[in-house]
Design a binder for this molecule. Structure first.
Ligand SMILES: [Zn+2]
Length: 395
């Protein structure tokens, strides 16, 4: 059937059907909504616009052509018809004799209302207040993170955000185990009629058998752990607590043992023998063992782009061997002087797409912490958030 014909069949004078439809609409949605929606009167018809034009909507709900045209024109003065979306919500209120008493249209945060005045219609628009509600979900993992969080009432958007908060600290593909616990607190911004405008995680805890206990607290638009260290980190600033840098990255350096000029494609960190060395980012060990001038060395691949190498170890840490997955900050070895070395130090180098890079000048997403000046307010907020998320271990 052609659209015009269909419209004619639907609206063209089948008043009884329309009126019956009204009654049904009122029973189905009107009465149900009236309880929840203080704006909705008993004589109202409401719904979403869909593809219907406002004029057609008014005619369908009982207006004559003149009334529908006038009311549409009035509304257009405060809300351009071009901006309307199918999801916009309307409400039409009529007197018992069918005269239009009011038309409201909710578009985004704007409510436009048309009311009769002096034999015609006037329109005005106002902006809806936004309500913020805090919600929470907690439970234990059974099956997937996704299913477990959703079964506890977390919307999909929150589950995605939860995984994102811990992107640098938990591998949600391989690390979750049944029985791991999670807790998340988020705020929801809504309009008074219940439409959700946005959700943001305020605090999240993941406590896993493999992943360990991870905390994410929102502060100044970034997520931090309980001690104020940013979670949004990919590389540590340095792989150890060092006393000084004894050799910088250079393409030409006189080698004191080899007595030749040659490039030094890494950083030498002077540190006492036995100082623990940690991996600067999550990755997989691709080499662990004796490697020429590097002595006892460990090489780690961090995704497809970066690799790091740690050399001259007195000893490689237990469990570090080819194929093992390592986490940022995990111990990989101890400072020593094996291979070609003049004294205890760590030789550290990084490649990006196979090319040596100067780690000290690379633009990497480094770890950062809450600035000293904001620590007091961070601590106050962290305390409140941790109480809300129910994870005040040892505090
Ligand atoms: Zn070196």
């Amino acid at each position: 059937m052609r659209p015009a014909l269909r419209r004619a069949a639907l609206y063209g004078g089948l008043a009884a059907v329309v009126l019956a439809g009204w009654a049904a609409h009122r029973r189905l949605s009107g009465d149900a909504r009236a309880a929840a929606d203080p704006y909705l009167g008993p004589e109202a018809v409401s719904g979403t616009l869909g593809s219907e034009r406002l004029y057609d909507l008014l005619v369908r709900t009982g207006s004559g052509a003149g009334e529908a045209a006038e009311a549409s024109r009035a509304l257009a003065r405060v809300q351009s018809p071009r901006t309307l979306r199918p999801s916009d919500h309307y409400r039409v209120v009529r007197s018992t004799s069918g005269a239009l008493l009011g038309l409201t249209l909710v578009h985004g945060l704007t409510v436009a209302a048309v009311v009769p005045k002096d034999g015609g219609f006037v329109a005005r628009a106002r902006t809806l207040p936004v309500e913020t509600e805090t919600r929470a979900a907690r439970g234990t993992i059974s099956g997937s993170l996704w299913a477990s969080l959703q079964s506890r009432g977390a919307p999909a958007e929150v589950v995605v955000a939860f995984a994102d908060v811990f992107r640098w600290s938990v591998d949600f593909l391989t690390e979750p185990r049944d029985g791991d616990s999670f807790s998340v607190v988020w705020t929801e911004r809504r309009t008074p009629d219940g439409r959700v405008l946005g959700r943001e995680i305020e605090a999240a805890v993941y406590d896993g058998r493999v992943a360990g206990r991870k905390v994410g607290l929102l502060f100044d638009g970034d997520y931090y752990d309980e001690s104020g260290q940013s979670l949004r980190r990919r590389f540590l600033r340095a792989p150890l607590q060092y006393s000084r840098i004894s050799s910088y990255f250079t393409n030409r350096r006189y080698h004191p043992i080899l007595r030749i000029y040659r490039p030094h494609h890494g950083i030498d960190y002077a540190a006492p023998r036995g100082t623990p060395v940690v991996v600067v980012a999550d990755g997989v060990v691709v080499f662990a063992g004796r490697r020429g001038g590097y002595g006892n060395a460990v090489e780690v691949r961090h995704g497809p782009v970066y690799t790091t190498l740690y050399g001259h170890f007195s000893r490689i840490a237990r469990g570090i061997r080819r194929g093992v997955r390592v986490h940022q900050g995990q111990l990989v070895g101890y400072v020593g002087s094996t291979g070609i070395s003049t004294g205890p130090h760590l030789h550290f180098q990084i490649t990006k797409n196979g090319r040596f890079q100067n780690f000290l000048t690379m633009r990497l997403p480094f770890a950062h912490a809450v600035p000293r000046g904001k620590l007091a307010s961070f601590r106050a907020r962290a305390k409140a958030l941790l109480a809300a998320v129910g994870g005040v271990h040892g505090a």
